[in-house]
Write a new protein. Structure first.
Length: 393
């Protein structure tokens, strides 16, 4: 088995009232002037933002606020945030929100101390060497950005969505109170659940030897999240279910689920979905619920044993005489689950009908303008991506 590395330096304060430790936590980390970054006006209207600012005031930590983050966070806001940080001597960034806000905060942290154009980092023209320290109060469980090494930003010019992975950006501290997710609309909750599943499954579905313990952890995480999903759809304030989903968000994307998997996973579904959401501004989790089943259908005969293993472990299927039929059964079961929790499973479910011209455009962008193949299970070129998009319709 090839060597893999697990690195997860983020301090996590988890449970009821976790966010009440934010003032003392940031002071302990040496924060003196904080950019408080958020998205939804909901936290302004319900008074939560004011409560957080008061806790910073209590520790004599000065602050400046920047809201406006949207799903698929925008490069223009990142550039604005970086200017604010430089002009005001900000030494710490606190994100309040979910993955979009945290990703935006990470990008601002890079940009505030980078001499060139921040977009160069996301185009891999340069490698990040430092950042302003970032922390987060999590209000949505989904992307796992609170413990991951990645951020994804959308450049409005060209509708390009690109990710950047670097341990430089890992959060210093994350405050995770499951109660803060009670008021999320069920659609957003479902989007987050799919995102958590995908971060786990992208790492599970690969060629080569696997580690039994990691496989079992992944299966347990997927099964637990699905059970919790059904509970919160009926009772949004089910604390235990919300807590399981929130902690799964962090564990699914902090590297734990790829130990023993030297490939790091496949990620083709993510690359394809990034172009879809960059072009049509759909929620990431919803886009993945559409793209992943189509991708799985296209590549299932490459690793039928891994797809079947998921079905045996997550859904309790008994093995049949055909491993390929078992793989197909597993894919259908996941697609049915997405549908059960209110997610689209076809592009048409989102009102998207792709012309051949748009299919060609998305395929070209997903393969980095035709310069590379994506995925590891089956390295996809533009023609492969185009066929997956047709299956997704």
């Amino acid at each position: 088995m090839e060597r893999t590395v697990y690195y997860s330096p983020t301090e996590v304060i988890f449970g009821k009232d976790a966010e009440k430790a934010v003032g003392k936590g940031l002071k302990r980390l040496g924060a003196r002037k904080v950019l408080v970054h958020y998205g939804s006006s909901r936290i302004v209207q319900n008074g939560f933002l004011g409560t957080v600012l008061s806790m910073l005031d209590d520790e004599r930590i000065s602050h400046i606020e920047l809201g406006g983050v949207v799903s698929n966070p925008r490069l223009s806001l990142v550039r604005k945030g970086a200017s604010i940080c430089r002009e005001n001597g900000v030494d710490f960034i606190l994100a309040i929100g979910g993955g979009s806000v945290i990703d935006s905060a990470k990008a601002i942290g890079y940009a505030a101390v980078y001499d060139g154009d921040i977009w160069d980092l996301y185009l891999k023209k340069a490698v990040p060497e430092r950042t302003l320290p970032v922390g987060a109060i999590l209000t949505m469980a989904a992307a796992g950005s609170e413990m991951s090494n990645s951020s994804v930003i959308t450049n409005e010019e060209g509708a390009l969505k690109r990710g950047l992975g670097s341990d430089v950006c890992r959060l210093k501290i994350a405050f995770e109170n499951p109660e803060l997710t009670y008021s999320l609309p069920l659609y957003q909750t479902a989007c987050g659940i799919v995102d958590i599943q995908m971060h786990t499954m992208e790492r599970f579905l690969f060629k080569g030897n696997s580690l039994d313990l990691t496989d079992n952890l992944a299966i347990a995480l997927l099964r637990t999240v699905m059970e919790a999903a059904h509970k919160v759809m009926k009772k949004p304030d089910d604390y235990q279910a919300r807590a399981s989903i929130m902690w799964a968000s962090s564990l699914s994307h902090n590297g734990l689920m790829e130990m023993g998997n030297a490939s790091g996973g496949d990620w083709a579904s993510h690359f394809i979905e990034h172009e879809l959401s960059g072009e049509f501004d759909v929620a990431h989790g919803a886009g993945l619920a559409v793209i992943w089943p189509a991708w799985a259908e296209y590549v299932k005969d490459r690793i039928p044993d891994r797809f079947a293993h998921l079905g045996y472990g997550v859904f309790g299927f008994n093995p049949s005489d055909s491993i390929l039929e078992d793989a197909e059964k597993s894919i259908i079961a996941f697609r049915d689950f997405f549908h059960e929790i209110g997610m689209p499973v076809h592009l048409s479910d989102m009102g998207i009908h792709l012309s051949e011209e748009m299919i060609k455009k998305l395929s070209h962008k997903a393969t980095f303008f035709g310069t590379k193949k994506v995925g590891s299970v089956f390295q996809l070129d533009e023609r492969d991506v185009a066929e997956i998009l047709r299956i997704a319709e």
